[in-house]
Design a protein around this ligand. Structure first.
Ligand code: ADP
Ligand code: MG
Length: 697
């Protein structure tokens, strides 16, 4: 009898297995059918023919036409990878690289990381087998440092070129050059309709291959008067659409994670009270830091009788295509990086989008049928206030990192580098000056040994310098940990509203001895390691396990790189924290401030009024240290220093003697700010490194 039961069980299991295989086969068939409905499919042969005939092609097509997911597959199927060379497809956004690679692996019926993989900073999901490699543009740039002829690749697709990220812009200049001496390399520049002519001109009149779009009419609605609070207006609009409009999903553009989380919470609260007559509203957030496993949710169709609302950052503008969107709600803002070469600060600011962006956003609603776009700004503001196009990132960023990479590639003459749009010379000069101050360049503008080591580390030059300097102070282990924590994201701690005080106290524990936030990060990591990566430990200390795991991954990769640049791994064994703080100062000596009157600080270099960020352990200290070094400035209503550590002014003379002189550092704490402000400002005027030495800029 027992055998009979076992037999039935076995049968059941085999049945289940059979069902599973059937389901898989069905899904595959469905996916293959879907592929054939994409606009690019009809042009497959024509496109392959054009690629065979030309070395460089500009591919233009509406978002969702299948450029990113299909073209690499076509090339793979057509034998472009048969010689063992890979296809690279670059994306400006991390999320897009992962999500698209996952989709393509699914379509090809392979495991992600095998034939299809992705590579982003600190995360390599590829293998020996990988033939189609999605990667961030920054990663390809990094690979370029080690492989200037791009020999592993037979095809390079610079995708989303219209986004004009810094790395994409630099890549365009580099691949243009490589294509000249590698006639076997195929180059595709792909863009969502904008800028095609510009790219074609840049690549010596390369042919433009247009994939005709399938775009339905989109009805555009404007608000009559400007909205005082676009978040409120957005919530109201979404709810109203949900209650009054026929089926179809909604896409709402917001500026960042925090805003998305706020709106998500409000929407959840407000829909709870809607009663059972109104359909369910499924809320799907998407932003860069959203855990990968949650990101796929935006692609899942809503259950029958329910409506999906996607709360997205700019990422849904062109990088990701979500099917089934009929309504777009566009407040008209996005967060952009903005840099002032004069003061050397880079801040993220919420700014009005460009006309081009607004049109792209509207277009998201007209992909599968007629759509509607609700703009939460006036028609007048669209016509009169918005710029035509977004300024390329290279013209509004700190270029130190880019210049360092270019120098490491042996490109010395930055002025003659082939930029699509050259950066302002003021910005280039500033970058050279910064790198000189960091000791990465000598006075002739040539890369030093320090600079070469810094360039190997995929970090901001200041952080890279702190690591290189840690060798001298015998604390590379500690600084490596701090750098990994800083790179793992800002969400180290969480603070549930109902237990805010307990969370604050738990956090304060890491600041014991008030050696500063950098050392606190070190303490968090060390204790987490000691706990055996315990989830309970994380919960007890209100620490985000995800951030910790990421920090560990980052650390492992940095360890390997340290070996490569031959920086000895040494620990000051928890004893000499001054050594750690000195190393940090060696990288961040530009980011220093002096306490002025109660509560605020003045930056040493630029004399800006800055505050200690409320999240800092220093925020609760009394009295606060007179001199501090900080990781970055965050601008909200005021400018806040994030990650703050006390320093001794004499360190500045030690770590940056060419940057600070003694008389810069002894401005007395004034009673009347105003008079002193001017006096001290003059005292701080110092001779800049002689820029005439800086050759051809
Ligand atoms: P393009 O690059 O031209 O904007 P894509 O190749 O990214 O177009 O997208 C083509 C289609 O593939 C989209 O319409 C969408 O249906 C599907 N798709 C893309 N990425 C995913 C994903 N991660 N999950 C599910 N479907 C996806
Ligand atoms: Mg795409």
């Amino acid at each position: 009898k027992a055998a009979a039961i076992a037999g039935t069980e076995l049968e059941d299991q085999t049945d289940e297995l059979g069902d599973e295989i059937d389901a898989k086969a069905m899904l595959q068939r469905e996916l293959q059918d879907q592929r054939k409905t994409l606009p690019v499919y009809k042009f497959k042969d024509e496109l392959l023919k054009a690629i065979a005939e030309h070395q460089i092609i500009i591919v233009v097509g509406e978002t969702g036409s299948g450029k990113t997911t299909q073209i690499p597959q076509y090339l793979h199927e057509a034998g472009y990878t048969a010689n063992g060379r890979k296809i690279a497809c670059t994306q400006p956004r991390r999320v897009a690289a992962i999500s698209v690679a996952a989709r393509v692996a699914q379509e090809m019926g392979v495991k992600l990381g095998h034939e299809v993989g992705y590579s982003i900073r600190f995360e390599d999901c590829t293998s020996e087998k990988t033939a189609v490699k999605y990667m961030t543009d920054g990663m390809l740039l990094r690979e370029f440092l080690g492989e200037p002829d791009m020999a592993s690749y037979g095809v390079v697709i610079v995708d989303e070129a219209h986004e004009r990220s810094i790395s994409t812009d630099i890549l365009l200049g580099l691949v243009k050059d490589v294509a000249r001496f590698r006639p076997d390399l195929k180059l595709l520049i792909s863009s969502a309709t904008l800028n095609a002519e510009k790219f074609s001109d840049f690549f010596d009149m390369a042919p433009v291959f247009k994939i005709p779009g399938r775009r339905y009419n989109v009805d555009i609605h404007y608000t009559v008067a400007p909205e005082a609070d676009y978040v409120d207006a957005a919530v109201a609009t979404v709810l109203q659409l949900h209650v009054t409009q026929p089926p179809g999903d909604i896409l709402l553009f917001l500026t960042g994670q925090e805003e998305i989380e706020t709106v998500e919470e409000i929407l959840r609260r407000r829909t709870r009270g809607l009663g059972t007559k109104i359909a369910e509203l499924v809320i799907c957030p998407i932003y860069a830091n959203l855990p990968t496993e949650l990101q796929t949710k935006i692609f899942e169709p809503a259950p029958p009788d329910a409506r999906k609302v996607v709360l997205a950052t700019n990422i849904a503008e062109t990088s990701l295509t979500i099917d089934g969107i009929s309504y777009v709600v566009d407040p008209g803002f996005c967060k952009v990086k903005s840099y002032s070469p004069r003061t050397g600060t880079e801040v993220l600011l919420v700014q009005p989008i460009s006309k081009a962006s607004a049109d792209q956003r509207a277009g998201r609603s007209g992909r599968t049928g007629p759509g509607k776009c609700f703009r939460l700004f006036t028609e007048h503001s669209y016509k009169e206030d918005m710029t035509d196009e977004t300024v390329p990132e290279i013209q509004r960023s700190n270029l130190a990192s880019v210049v360092l990479s270019l120098k490491a590639l042996g490109i010395n003459d930055l002025v003659s580098f082939d930029f699509v749009d050259p950066p302002a010379s003021e910005g280039l000069l500033r970058a050279l000056e910064d790198l000189f101050a960091l000791g990465a360049l000598n006075s002739r503008g040539e890369l030093t040994k320090t600079g070469r080591r810094m360039a190997e580390l995929p970090l901001d030059p200041m952080l890279a310098k702190a690591i290189v300097a840690s060798e001298r102070y015998g604390c590379s282990e500690e600084v490596l940990t701090i750098a990994s924590m800083l790179s793992a994201g800002n969400a180290v701690f969480y603070r549930p509203k109902d237990r805010a005080l307990i969370a604050d106290a738990a956090r304060q524990h890491f600041n014991a001895g008030s050696a500063g936030d950098h050392v606190a990060l070190l303490n968090v990591y060390t204790e987490w390691e000691r706990s055996g990566h315990s989830a309970q430990w994380c919960a007890d200390h209100f620490v985000q396990p995800r951030t910790m795991r990421r920090a560990r991954d980052v650390r492992e990769q940095l360890e390997a790189l340290l070996e490569r640049v031959e920086i000895e791994r040494r620990s000051c064994s928890g004893g000499d924290l001054d050594a750690v703080r000195k190393a940090i100062t060696a990288g961040f000596f530009r980011n220093t401030a002096q306490r002025w009157r109660d509560g605020f600080y003045r930056t040493l270099k630029t004399w800006r009024t800055v505050f200690v960020h409320p999240s800092s352990g220093m925020a609760r200290l009394d009295p606060r240290p007179r001199w501090v070094v900080y990781h970055e400035l965050v601008e909200t209503s005021n400018e806040y220093m994030r990650q703050v550590t006390e320093l001794k002014p004499e360190w500045l003379l030690e770590v940056a003697p060419h940057y600070y002189q003694e008389n810069n550092l002894d401005a007395p704490e004034p009673k009347k700010a105003k008079a002193h402000e001017q006096g001290a400002a003059v005292a701080l005027e110092k001779p800049s490194p002689s820029l005439n030495d800086f050759f051809d800029v």
